[in-house]
Design a protein. Structure first.
Length: 256
């Protein structure tokens, strides 16, 4: 088994055609339907080497991606994907610190995959009401790999191709700066569990719970770090603080 913090995701075939992006070197604003803005946080691209790594998240850009002043979080996955299902537990718990989830639903990944029937959450109809972050999701397929569910738009396609040319999922890009491909939560011990079994397991002290908490903490640290840089670049006098993920996750039962 691979190191659990380095688990790779699934490779997606037949992705939509990519469109070329326009790259600017100063503070730039790209106006699209969702009013997405990219803010250049540093004057030199060489400064990217000075940014810190957070967990398995790697720095891919110094440009901060926002939507109406909120940090954009882009998730690309598939309901069929066992790694996406495993990672979804941490995403749900981490982002619940920043707003209120609506439309979350349980899902069981593909039954004939090499890691079959992993319980998790689908984001296909999910929204996050938040004043701090904007959650953007794309579930590429249903629980059948052959059944397309959602499609990438041109902006999402460009980011996916630029930062993940192999097409692996899950793909989690926070603020356009930090990227994690794969799952920090192992899907192997979850395989063939019922959703209720997995949910109950997440509420007690065990390896699965510890992995969920650890990855949720990484996600929260990245969000807070990127938001701090964004607010600093915007001239804000203070940066908001949030409860520690470990404390928040002490009662994850309310997220059911």
């Amino acid at each position: 088994m691979k190191n659990q913090s380095k688990l790779k995701g699934k490779k997606v075939q037949n992705r939509t055609e990519w469109k070329k992006a326009i790259v600017l070197t100063a503070i730039i604003v790209i106006t699209v339907a969702a009013f997405i803005t990219i803010v250049q946080s540093e004057s030199s691209s060489n400064s990217i080497q000075n940014e810190k790594a957070i967990g398995d998240f790697i720095l891919v850009s110094n440009s901060i991606l926002t939507e109406n002043g909120r940090i954009v979080i882009l998730f690309i996955g598939a309901e069929a994907c066992p790694f996406c299902a495993a990672e979804s537990w941490s995403i749900v718990y981490a982002l619940a610190q920043y707003g209120t989830w609506n439309g979350l639903a349980p899902v069981i990944s593909n039954a004939t995959d090499s890691i079959p029937k992993v319980p998790g959450y689908t984001f296909a109809n999910a929204t996050l009401e938040s004043s701090q972050v904007s959650f953007v999701e794309v579930e590429l397929t249903s629980t059948s790999w052959d059944q397309k569910l959602q499609s990438l738009n041109s902006t999402e396609s460009q980011l996916f191709r630029e930062y993940d040319p192999s097409g692996s999922i899950p793909f989690l890009l926070i603020g356009g700066m930090y990227l994690h491909i794969g799952s920090a939560v192992s899907p192997y011990p979850l395989s063939n569990m019922s959703w209720s079994q997995c949910y109950n397991l997440s509420k007690s002290q065990n390896a699965f719970h510890d992995q969920v908490v650890s990855e949720a903490s990484n996600i929260s640290q990245v969000i807070n770090y990127v938001e701090g840089k964004y607010l600093s670049s915007s001239g804000a006098s203070s940066v908001p603080t949030y409860p520690a993920p470990e404390l928040f996750l002490g009662d994850i039962s309310r997220l059911r």
